[in-house]
Design a protein around this ligand. Structure first.
Ligand code: AMP
Ligand code: MG
Length: 418
């Protein structure tokens, strides 16, 4: 089953908008997109990294039966004779994991019970073996145990029928464990989102090839492909094309045939050599969003026969920031996940800055000794700063004078799923 494609005008901005604030652009993306990946049913053991297509409901409780949390002795607390230390004769037999005791433990008796073993009838409390003095036929221990001690109650973690994970969740290793534990054997999930990446530019050559002194190596395509892989999507490499409309067209055509979304970098402004913008205008209802953002304007958004195209800036830092801020939540929605806001921290600045009003700024930053440091340059081509940094700071549109110790919002790369 394949959901319907996106509407042709899914990226249209209301007329008259000059500079779009980041929050407005994000809301626009959120409103215009929906999941585009098909559904399939998979055994839970093969579903890690997939997105749940339906809420997962516990088939069974966890624990499914009351069991002992320790190796020890089980008894009914109310049947314990008065006195300290308390003494109990041992009943014959034992209850072990996978080998439950068959029958009821008589009042005033204790039964050997091991970790994970089902608690038999006649037992409501377990004493840890290390807290007992043990003789062949009886045990003695200090009185004062609480009823229910060392017993994991049925369903104390999850009850059968409870929702355990919501639709839209990309299954993490711990989620797979949870689904198994509550008796779910197969899940309805979405096919992985395929994301194609294209680099453009007459000056760009792929890594590992000889380059003239008027060429630069393609940094964006490997950057974006690896980012997509880390996000759990399926990367599709469209390679690099020269700035020629027919080549750009052909590459986008290949992308639309083999992927659910396309990321391009370079050529997205309105210059003579910005062939991505020209081709998208002609064939794919280009919407150029002039976002009040640094680094990273403009963002070109288009719809190539139902396949969304995100035209990222050519400068690698801007391409990366736009990918984290805009492409990530958009791709998550396309993949069937929920819209995601990165979760950041307010931390004291270890720097000074006079920020001008107008644009929201994301700067490369890292945390040392509890303070935020920013990269020494804001140059958008300085790729080394991306590796130097552990994340980004987010300074909103307002003018601001930052002095050391002022709180600034820091997003570790992890907040963007990296
Ligand atoms: P453009 O948006 O095409 O004008 O490119 C802006 C800047 O980014 C130029 O300096 C380009 O050389 C550079 N650039 C474009 N694509 C890439 C790429 N794939 N890798 C590294 N730098 C790039
Ligand atoms: Mg270019």
């Amino acid at each position: 089953m394949k959901p319907p494609p996106l509407k042709d005008d899914c990226f249209a901005m209301p007329p008259g908008v000059e500079w779009t604030p980041v929050a407005v652009a994000l809301q626009r993306l959120r409103d215009g997109l929906h999941a585009v990946t098909a559904l399939e049913t998979l055994p839970v053991e093969q579903a890690g990294g997939r997105v749940l297509a339906e809420d997962a409901i516990a088939v069974r409780s966890n624990p499914p039966y009351a069991n002992s949390a320790v190796d020890g002795y089980g008894f009914a607390l109310d049947s314990l004779p008065a006195g300290d230390p308390a003494e109990l004769p041992l009943a014959k037999g034992r209850s072990a994991a996978g080998e439950p005791f068959d029958g009821a433990v008589p009042a005033g008796h204790a039964l050997r019970i091991l970790t994970g073993a089902r608690v038999p009838e006649g037992v409501d409390t377990v004493i840890l073996e290390e807290d007992c003095s043990i003789e062949p036929n009886r045990i003695a221990f200090r009185a004062g145990l609480r009823k229910g001690a060392n017993i994991r109650k049925i369903g104390e973690d999850v009850l059968a029928g409870d929702p355990v994970l919501p639709k839209g969740r990309m299954l993490q290793p711990q989620d797979v464990a949870l689904l198994c534990s509550v008796g779910i054997g197969t899940v309805s999930v979405r096919k992985p989102l395929r994301v194609a990446v294209l680099s453009t530019g007459n000056e760009v050559v792929a890594a590992g090839n000889p380059a003239t002194d008027a060429q630069i190596y393609d940094a964006n395509r490997p950057l974006l492909l690896e980012t997509i892989r880390k996000w759990g999507f399926e990367p599709v490499d469209l390679g690099h094309v020269m700035d020629e409309p027919e080549l750009v067209c052909a590459a986008l055509e290949r992308g639309a045939a083999s992927a659910d979304a396309i990321l391009t970098s370079g050529g997205a402004s309105a210059g003579d050599e910005d062939h991505i913008a020209n081709v998208l205008t002609e064939h794919a209802n280009l919407q150029t969003w002039r976002i009040a953002l640094k680094p990273g304007r403009p963002l070109a958004l288009a719809n190539w026969k139902g396949v969304p195209v995100f035209g990222l800036p050519g400068n690698p830092v801007a391409a990366f920031v736009c990918t984290l801020i805009f492409a990530r939540p958009a791709l998550m929605v396309l993949s069937g996940q929920d819209w995601a806001e990165p979760q950041g921290f307010d931390l004291p600045a270890g720097f000074s800055k006079n920020k001008k009003p107008g644009r929201r700024e994301y700067q490369r930053a890292r945390v040392r000794d509890g303070k935020v440091e920013t990269f020494h340059s804001e140059g958008s081509g300085r790729i080394s700063g991306l590796s130097w940094a552990d994340g980004l700071i987010d300074l909103d549109e307002a003018a601001r004078t930052i002095t050391p110790g002022d709180l600034v919002r820091f997003y570790p790369y992890g907040a963007f799923g990296l």
